[in-house]
Design a protein around this ligand. Structure first.
Ligand SMILES: N[C@@H](CCC(=O)N[C@@H](CS)C(=O)NCC(=O)O)C(=O)O
Length: 203
């Protein structure tokens, strides 16, 4: 069974575990204590030179870092990742948007907020918040007329977007201006295979 190096606070790792639940794929989840610097130790840097979770380690020892690369690998050959070039590009479009607009802004604003550093670095926090809100507004325009991110059905795009769009409030964002995003989040949460962010870790 593949091993996923992860941390319960990581929404990038959650993408992979949420996808595994949807696909019924078994994963052995190993916690890396990021605060203690475990992801920056030589043994882990050998798995991911960036020193970040998640990393998927295959049974032959091959390591694959980067949440969206892992999602693409695991979703290959399933209905969550179409093969037709334009359909696949529609899914990838949102996966790229997630990495460039959602993760660095909602993700960092959330991290600053939950560690109390939003008041120490108000300039950085405000800047991230502004782009995060602009990104949510883009999602709001999309979900105003679409039930799902792409192709009118659940795809890998929804899984990756959901991971950070679902913690906008933890980043200090008022989501009342984004009712279509909130409705889409509820659609994702209502799916039978949906799991909570701590799913997959040993109790
Ligand atoms: N682009 C990467 C970002 C990964 C990332 O930022 N991981 C964070 C946790 S969510 C991490 O491991 N931080 C620890 C560190 O940088 O030392 C992905 O999507 O996997």
């Amino acid at each position: 069974m593949p091993t996923l190096y992860d941390n319960p606070l990581s929404r990038n790792g959650y993408k992979v575990r949420l996808l595994a639940s949807h696909l019924g794929l078994p994963l052995h989840v190993v916690t890396k204590d990021l605060k203690a610097g475990e992801s920056r130790q030589p043994d882990f840097l050998a798995k991911n030179t960036a020193g970040k979770v998640p990393v998927l380690e295959l049974e032959d020892g091959t390591c694959l870092p980067e949440s969206n690369a892992i999602v693409l690998y695991m979703a290959e050959g399933t209905p969550l990742l179409p093969t037709a070039p334009l359909e696949r590009a529609q899914v990838l479009r949102w996966m790229f948007f997630e990495q460039s607009q959602i993760l660095p802004n909602i993700g960092l604003a959330r991290m600053l907020k939950i560690t109390g550093r939003d008041t120490q670095r108000p300039d950085v926090y405000a800047q991230r918040l502004e782009v995060a809100q602009d990104s949510l507004a883009a999602l709001e325009r999309h979900f105003g007329s679409h039930d799902w991110a792409a192709l009118g059905r659940l795809t890998a795009a929804d899984i990756v977007l959901y991971a950070y769009a679902s913690v906008a409030e933890e980043a200090g964002i008022d989501t009342s201006p984004y009712p279509s995003v909130v409705a889409w989040r509820k659609r994702v949460e209502a799916l039978p295979a949906h799991v909570k962010p701590d799913w997959g870790f040993a109790a």
